[in-house]
Design a protein around this ligand. Structure first.
Ligand code: F6P
Length: 540
């Protein structure tokens, strides 16, 4: 593959950036009254206004040329065709099959995988319905009212994010808890007030070997057996979601309560697989199907919309524009919806584990920046903590702002206030406030320099009608495919995660060194040895 910085489109973008980098959005809007209309696009229930970016038609045209030169659409088609695009793990990448409607064909090694997907969805539906209507009871015959999902990374962030996002359509008579951290405090706090007779643990782990999850699962098992006084209770109070059916069975989980998925689903792309079991129990099978329909609608949009009208491609290319040409280190995600409080954390794993890579697909060190740091908080909370730096700090921080036209609470006026803040922040970030404007407002001279807002801070505005299951599906798929687009431009493997392995291996060396009584001789570096020794002394 030709080096990225030798591509004509890349070179042209470098030259173009030098021309445009100091142009203010005030000028761009003044010179081009149709800009908002031209730089907005709609698809799969989402509206994207990307006019408040430091771009012109030429920018978009060059970014699209770059996408073409990097074969983004060919790589996309290879993904949908089940080719081994996760080359370092020798796996296909087929999360799009998880939401393919019944009857669609997606083949892997010549066989259609969609029927298997629906077999699992159907089994999840039967299990969910029995749980929700009281047909599935615990060891003592009581109805299950508490669901505790135990999992980490992709086996936790998606389920927790989706549960919070879809709470308005969840069964409010049930309680949902999510345990991820190996810190026993996480399990303790999640279960302190729960009645074991009414509690079901879902052990969610693609591999069924992850240290944190296996540790918490063992704790859950001990907790349950102690509370209910019988090993036989495990069968009635545990379910599992995994590709490792053998591991889940060995743990003692009733095979009827084990739901599988496949190695072609990456952990961070799995919230719409059986990993979404807690989501389905919360919102019911019909709402879960609606969420899958939203995912699928965005998949189809990504697959068929022309690049210039393709939401995920445009979002991905704009991220490349700031990351590689403006040198922006981070991307802020600001959902103006309390229900999306965990969405930034979800996108952190999706994007940073996917695109935080230092070598290209040929294994050569990249000489350009790859994935940005993703962070964020819901609006309006962030406005009263870190927005000061967005507005007047010295760093360029592009942000995605997300809002919904319909409210999810009975308080209509508050929704108007929320949306007013969303629009106002994007306006303030883009246009700021000049010295002349401040003087016209009689700002005291001594304050004027401090009150000037430079503006020219870019935002993407994503609007949808309502935060419902279908919209959530489209929104997540939008970001999945934006991540894909960026990975294709950078020619990296967005589907492996080798960087998490070393820390895991080192922890496994240190665990026995911390065990009470044993305290073997330490052979780490001087700092790690001293820290372990201090911990051994002080923990008592
Ligand atoms: O350590 C990273 C990771 O492998 C993630 O990719 C994954 O989502 C998470 O751990 C949990 O893995 P599992 O579902 O196999 O327990």
């Amino acid at each position: 593959m030709k080096a990225l910085n030798l591509l004509p489109a890349w070179r042209a973008l470098t030259v173009h950036h030098a021309k445009i980098r100091d142009v203010h959005m005030r000028k761009l809007f003044a010179d081009d009254p149709d800009r908002a209309e031209r730089f907005s696009v709609e698809g799969a229930g989402l509206f994207l206004d990307y006019s408040k970016n430091r771009i012109t038609d030429e920018t978009i045209s060059l970014l699209l040329q770059l996408a073409e030169a990097r074969g983004v659409t060919q790589r996309r088609d290879a993904m949908f065709a089940g080719e081994i695009i996760n080359t370092t793990e020798r796996r296909a990448v087929l999360h799009v099959a998880l939401r393919a409607p019944r009857g669609t064909r997606i083949t892997l090694d010549g066989s259609d995988i969609v029927p298997d997907v629906h077999k699992v969805l159907d089994a999840m539906g039967v299990f969910t319905t029995r749980l929700r209507n009281g047909g599935f009871t615990g060891h003592t015959g009581k109805r299950i009212r508490n669901i505790v999902n135990i999992g980490i990374g992709g086996s936790y962030l998606g389920p927790e994010m989706a549960y919070r996002a879809l709470r308005p359509c969840s069964d409010r008579s049930m309680r949902f808890r999510f345990v991820a951290n190996v810190d026993g405090a996480d399990f303790n706090e999640a279960t302190l007030d729960l009645n074991a007779e009414e509690t079901l643990f879902i052990i969610s782990s693609k591999t069924f070997t992850t240290l944190e999850t296996m540790t918490n699962a063992a704790t859950a098992r001990t907790w349950l057996v102690q509370k209910l006084g019988s090993e036989a209770a495990v069968g009635k109070h545990f379910a599992a979601v995994s590709t490792n059916i053998g591991g889940a069975t060995k743990f003692g989980i009733d095979p009827a309560n084990i739901f599988g998925f496949w190695d072609w689903v990456g952990g961070r792309y799995s919230m719409d697989s059986a990993i979404g079991l807690s989501t389905m129990i919360a919102v019911g099978p019909d709402n879960f199907s609606e969420m899958l329909a939203g995912f699928h609608e965005m998949d189809e949009h990504f697959r068929s919309a022309p690049p210039a009208r393709n939401l995920p491609m445009l979002l991905g290319l704009l991220s490349v524009w700031y990351n590689n040409f403006f040198g922006a280190q981070t991307l802020g995600i600001m959902p103006y919806a309390a229900h999306l409080a965990r969405f930034p954390a979800y996108l952190q794993q999706l994007q940073m584990e996917s695109n935080g890579k230092h070598v290209d697909l040929d294994g050569r060190a990249v000489d350009y920046q790859t994935g940005p740091i993703i962070w964020g908080e819901p609006g309006t909370d962030g406005q009263h903590s870190f927005y000061q730096l967005l507005h007047q700090g010295t760093k360029l921080i592009p942000c995605d702002m997300i809002g919904f036209c319909q409210k999810l609470s009975p308080y209509a006026e508050q929704h108007d206030v929320l949306m007013a803040n969303l629009f106002a922040q994007a306006e303030a970030l883009a246009f700021g406030k000049t010295e002349a404007e401040l003087q016209a407002e009689n700002s005291p001279d001594f304050q004027t320099p401090f009150r000037v807002m430079e503006g020219n801070r870019p935002t993407n505005m994503i609007l949808a009608d309502k935060l419902d299951p279908r919209t959530l599906g489209s929104l997540v798929a939008l970001y999945e495919h934006s991540v894909f687009t960026q990975g294709a431009i950078w020619a990296i493997d967005s589907f492996d995660q080798w960087g998490v392995e070393l820390g895991k291996a080192l922890a496994n060396v240190i665990i026995p060194e911390l065990r009470h009584g044993a305290e073997p001789k330490l052979a780490h570096d001087a700092s790690t040895n001293a820290l372990i020794s201090r911990y051994r002394r002080q923990r008592r």
